[in-house]
Design a protein around this ligand. Structure first.
Ligand SMILES: Nc1ncnc2c1ncn2[C@@H]1O[C@H](COP(=O)(O)OP(=O)(O)OP(=O)(O)O)[C@@H](O)[C@H]1O
Ligand SMILES: [Mg+2]
Length: 370
């Protein structure tokens, strides 16, 4: 069986290294200190939190993913659903039903997954004043068992029209829950910064920041080599270094490449550099539809900018040579084009450089261009 995992949380045997980071997170959770975990996409934020909580004996994990939330109603309901999943005992359900009786909640067990689910009267929309109420339920839950509250993709709160009000109501409640550790995690660095480091934000300096960096090459490459060896496949440093380079050191993308490398390499053989072409072609075949879909959303001008970034990199996009190469002459229209591609989640900004969210999309553009 292919031993490489990507696109989801990894833990236990599939989790590599990060001992100092885990120790740090565990320490903060045990001392009920709120933390904010940031890092690039697919670097391993959610996995590090999950692994750390697994190692905190006696502390349970109340996990909410706020990805894509569009309203306070959705926010509250995600929190409530997480509470219901964690707390499956009838006594606590009674409390939820009582507190939120105006929503006519009903709790049932999903016949397929056997997980409890909560549904509300769809005609009632939860408003901002429900936020403190919902967070109070977390408090009641914590009185019965120790929990750590994880709010993943927390930056998406900023998408709410009334984000500020939501944030200040949350902050108002959370600051008094001194013995409940909250972990906020988010990928889009600038937006997370806005929430935690902007003096006007209700969450200003409310949690200790922790950055998740790429896994160091020596540790991660050993881990990957062992995985290849489980299927009698060899891989040398020359190939692995290239894999890290293509993936910009992002663990999720490295594992995706290794998954494909495994697929194109028969057992009892050693993978060489020549396999990388097959690997990328395999990934392109799997992902091409989504690249084409992304391209179809762009104007000709935006596509010209994108192709130039793919070819020349995105650190000098307002320079004369870049604009010449892209066939454009106005820096402010380049800026607008890039903004749009950031909004579409095609590009992101990192250390004054615009990069592809998906490194394989970039590789595909350059491959196709030849
Ligand atoms: N410690 C690790 N050991 C091995 N692989 C890892 C590790 N951390 C991350 N990965 C790889 O990266 C992938 C993404 O991990 P995870 O979902 O934890 O990252 P994330 O930063 O939360 O991503 P996102 O920004 O998409 O939420 C995993 O599926 C796995 O392939
Ligand atoms: Mg994540």
């Amino acid at each position: 069986m292919n031993p490489f995992r990507y696109g989801k949380i990894v833990s236990g045997q599939d989790f590599c290294g990060r001992e100092p980071l885990l120790k740090q997170i565990i320490g903060y959770i045990k001392s009920s200190q709120n933390i904010v975990i940031q890092g690039e996409r697919r670097i391993g934020k959610s996995s590090a939190i999950y692994e750390a909580v697994q190692r905190c004996k006696g502390i349970q994990y109340l996990y909410m993913d706020l990805l894509g939330i569009k309203s306070i109603d959705a926010l509250c309901k995600r929190i409530l659903r997480a509470i219901v999943v964690l707390e499956q005992k009838a006594g606590f359900f009674d409390k939820i039903i009582k507190t939120l009786s105006y929503l006519r909640p009903s709790i049932s067990v999903d016949p397929i997954t056997l997980m409890p689910t909560i549904t509300f009267d769809a005609s009632v929309e939860l408003k901002a004043n429900s936020i403190p109420e919902v967070l109070s339920l977390i408090e009641s839950l914590h009185k019965k068992k120790r929990i750590v509250v994880v709010l993943d993709e927390f930056q998406d709160i900023l998408q709410l029209g009334d984000a500020r009000e939501a944030l200040s109501l949350m902050r108002g409640k959370i600051q008094f829950q001194k013995d409940i550790p909250y972990v906020f995690a988010g990928s889009i660095r600038n937006k997370m910064d806005e929430i935690f480091t902007h003096p006007d934000s209700p969450f200003f300096k409310s949690a200790i920041p922790i950055t998740v960096d790429p896994l160091p090459y020596p540790e991660f490459s050993e881990f990957l080599k062992k995985k290849f060896a489980t299927g009698k496949r060899g891989i040398n440093d020359e190939v692995l270094k290239k894999v890290f380079e293509i993936a910009h050191d992002i663990p999720g993308d490295i594992q995706q490449l290794c998954e494909a490398l495994w697929t194109v390499t028969p057992s009892n053989s050693v993978t060489g550099l020549e396999k990388l072409k097959d690997v990328l072609e395999l990934i392109f075949a799997r992902e091409q539809k989504s690249y084409e879909n992304d391209m179809s959303l762009l104007t000709d001008f935006q596509i010209r900018c994108l192709l130039t970034i793919a070819r020349e990199g995105g650190n000098k996009v307002f320079s004369v040579p870049f604009m010449k190469s892209a066939g454009v002459n106005n820096p402010s229209s380049v800026r607008r084009a890039i903004r749009r591609m950031i909004n579409l989640n095609i590009l992101f900004e990192s250390k004054n450089e615009y990069r592809f969210v998906n490194p394989f999309f970039r590789a595909w553009i350059n491959y196709r261009g030849r």
